[in-house]
Write a protein that binds this ligand. Structure first.
Ligand code: GLU
Length: 312
């Protein structure tokens, strides 16, 4: 029997839910429901400095208001730290982890070249090849990568090739202050929660290979990935990074109903054209689930939104 499809939406509660989150929430929901699968919500609050419980609460409220339902109680990463520790022990015993005492200044120095401005996390393997220069603070723990040339089939974008370099791509799995890194939590949770499909923004494409390598080291089966276009404004700025990224709460405060908001969203993202909308000009999530999403739409790197005046 085929394994049942489980798709997750995994917001980080570091702010209010914005239109960029809504895009990923919708695409993952659409995918789950079209495959008769389950939809699960995971609150990624492992970054205790940036996450706030009130945002998690508001994200769940906003999702409900928009018409989403999920098939089991939301999971909170902050309640799963012992699970992450257990897997860290396993990686320790496989000798895949090593302590890193490099400070921030050194890390900045080595990652400033050659791709300035890119979000790369290049390391040089210093603490693997040198006697540790034990500093004042505890070490962070890095996962030692093997050289890998791999590929995976992205449901939106087709075959994606990736290359991982030993040392350069040795990612931190536990920070010196004890915080569990995003990569570790996400890989373990997707496995432990039986996730089969990951729909997320394509800003995470550069780290998918790292996550696949980590999952393989832990013996986890592979996942389906769908990396969705980023929503940008007229100047090309990502909505999530806009100074005033529009939140669902802002739109509610402008007087939007869920149906008005969905209609605006569907037109702006290109899910629907004006002619596809019901005469009322409004549409609910359950009706929007019925649509076929044009394949070409999701192949793009970005989708430009130009009209933020939702009530017009
Ligand atoms: N929590 C991440 C975010 O909100 C998503 C991580 C993922 O989907 O792998 O951007």
């Amino acid at each position: 029997m085929a394994k049942s499809v489980r798709v997750r939406f995994a917001p980080s509660p570091t702010g209010h839910m914005h239109v960029g989150n809504l895009w990923v929430a919708f695409l993952s929901y659409w995918s789950a429901r079209h495959q008769d699968g389950e939809y699960i919500v995971r609150i990624e609050d492992v970054d205790t400095q940036r996450s706030k419980p009130i945002y998690a609460e508001h994200i769940l409220e906003d999702l409900s208001w928009l018409g989403f339902t999920w098939d089991e109680a939301p999971t909170y990463q902050s309640e799963r730290l012992d699970i992450y520790e257990r897997y860290l022990q396993e990686l320790h015993s496989q000798k895949r982890l090593y302590p890193c005492y490099c400070n921030r200044a050194r890390l900045q120095e080595i990652s400033s070249a050659p791709h300035q401005g890119e979000a790369n996390h290049v390391y040089d393997g210093y603490c693997l090849t040198h006697e540790p220069t034990i500093g004042e603070r505890p070490p962070s723990w890095r996962f030692h990568m093997e050289n890998i040339k791999g590929s995976f089939l992205d449901i939106y974008r087709g075959t994606i090739d990736y290359e991982i370099q030993s040392c350069n791509d040795d990612i931190v799995l536990k920070r010196w202050d004890g915080m569990i890194a995003y990569h570790l939590a996400v890989v373990i949770d997707d496995y432990e929660m039986g996730v089969t499909e990951v729909v997320r923004g394509n800003d995470l494409l550069p780290v998918t290979g790292h996550q696949i390598a980590l999952a393989q080291a832990l013996g986890f089966p592979s996942l389906q990935y769908g990396h969705a276009p980023m929503l940008v404004d007229a100047e090309g700025y990502r909505l999530s990074k806009r100074q005033q990224s529009i939140t669902i709460r802002d739109l509610q405060n402008q007087g939007a109903t869920p149906e008005r908001l969905w209609a605006w969203f569907a037109l702006e993202t290109g899910l629907l054209t004006k002619g596809d909308l019901p005469l009322s000009g409004h549409i609910g999530l359950s009706e929007l689930l019925e649509i076929t999403i044009p394949k070409k739409l999701l192949k793009q790197d970005t989708i430009k939104l130009t009209n933020f005046d939702i009530m017009v």
